[in-house]
Design a protein around this ligand. Structure first.
Ligand code: SAH
Length: 385
């Protein structure tokens, strides 16, 4: 496998891809070193699993729209730490169809005589476009984010868009007229289709709505989840916790092999999606709770509940002290810790080190061309070894 040594001409101003100047094998080497630097003291990390398709992997793409000085409507990304929009026609890591849709919308704005939003004057129409694609089913969602709710000839606009791109299965209008760095506002209207798309990951279906969190590289996510669940070696008798579960993906994939799964997640929207996803897949041995994972674990330990396997996938900040201390009280035989930040993972493993031995470190490259590394750590309680 040979990858070209390219540099995107917008790399420096965009800032999205920090490893632009490296070939793909060089990037993997860089990430391998990073994992070793932080985690060598616990075990020798396995070779990082690279992506078969390191380009155009992002299934979620968002673009800002602006009128440039010469009057032309442009779309693209914000320059790092600024509100200047850099024109992007195609991006090396984004879904190619999503980019084509975003560029075509510039043309549609012109033919429908629609304006773009001016953040300073707080006037105008289109602000952002968000495209999400379900790779397994091909379903495609387009969210038009506007600063004003007046959308003249919206039916014809949607007709023109969906005729040009028959892959689009749903179009949503979202109103965001506030000064905020958040792309989506609270009010939305479905203009076409059901307002959601469905993807398939590890044989299970997942509903994706405009706001729900979903892994952005599905091909590598399947590898990550499969490796994590394989390492758990479930027999069907275990009680499993999926902590920081998001929309329930890992727990739902693992549920076939466990007796019972409990998912815990802070974001109420994600919990609602998780419950819906469990129903969609007819899974009955899974429950989801909304709350802080640390508090939940403390409560479980207080009630003297039994836990066989802890699956955890915290955000970049890692797990809280409370979470780790109650994990030690619950003392599951095995922990599978998925991390998107080896620095905090290393810190957390140190807390667990007296009681657990790290038996596997498996990095997976989820975000080629960026400096982010995903890593699975498997921990076994020392007294059971
Ligand atoms: N496992 C999921 C999501 C991982 S992202 C997946 O693979 O898709 C980390 C998740 O942790 C996010 O959904 C975030 O909302 C949640 N989170 C952040 N802080 C939390 C806390 N204190 N307690 C529980 N969940 C939390």
């Amino acid at each position: 496998m040979k990858h070209k040594n390219f540099a995107c001409e917008k790399a420096k101003v965009c800032g999205g891809c920090q490893l632009q100047n490296m070939t793909y094998p060089e990037q993997l080497e860089y990430k391998q070193h990073k994992v070793s630097r932080y985690l060598d003291r616990f075990a020798k990390p396995k070779a990082i699993i690279g992506a078969a398709h390191p380009e155009h992997y992002r299934n979620k793409v968002q673009a800002a729209y602006k009128r440039s000085k010469n009057g032309e409507i442009i779309s693209g990304v914000y320059q790092s730490n600024s509100h200047k929009v850099i024109k992007v026609d195609s991006c090396l890591i984004e879904d190619e169809l999503a980019d084509k849709i975003i560029v075509y919308i510039r043309q549609l704005l012109k033919s429908f005589k629609l304006t773009v939003y001016d953040e300073d004057k707080k006037k105008g129409f289109l602000r952002h476009v968000l495209v999400k694609r379900a790779r397994a089913t091909g379903e495609t969602m387009v969210v038009l984010v506007a600063g004003s709710s007046i959308f003249p000839s919206k039916n014809n606009f949607v007709k023109a868009l969906t005729e040009k791109f028959p892959e689009i299965t749903t179009v949503i209008f979202n109103l965001n007229n506030r000064s905020t760095s958040l792309v989506l506002g609270d009010k939305q209207e479905i203009l076409y289709g059901s307002g959601k798309i469905t993807d398939i990951l590890c044989g299970k279906k997942f509903l994706i709505s405009p706001k729900s969190f979903y892994q952005i590289n599905p091909e590598q996510t399947e590898i990550l989840y499969s490796k994590a669940i394989e390492a758990a070696r479930l027999t069907g008798n275990e009680t499993v916790i999926d902590a920081y579960c998001g929309i329930g993906t890992i727990g739902i994939v693992a549920s076939d092999k466990a007796k019972r799964v409990i998912g815990v997640e802070l974001n109420p929207d994600a919990v609602r999606d998780a419950k819906q996803n469990a129903r969609l897949n007819n899974i009955e041995n899974i429950d989801f709770y909304c709350g802080d994972a640390g508090e939940f674990m403390t409560e479980m330990a207080k009630n003297g509940e039994k836990l066989d396997l802890l699956l955890m996938d915290p955000p970049r900040a890692g797990a809280s002290k409370e979470f780790l201390e109650s994990t030690k009280l619950l003392a599951p035989k095995k922990i599978v810790y998925i991390s998107c930040n080896v620095e905090t993972q290393s810190r957390d493993l140190k807390v667990l080190k007296d009681m657990y031995k790290v038996t596997l470190l498996q990095p997976v490259d989820m975000f080629p061309y960026t400096n982010h590394v995903e890593n699975i750590a498997v921990l076994i309680r020392k007294d059971t070894l």
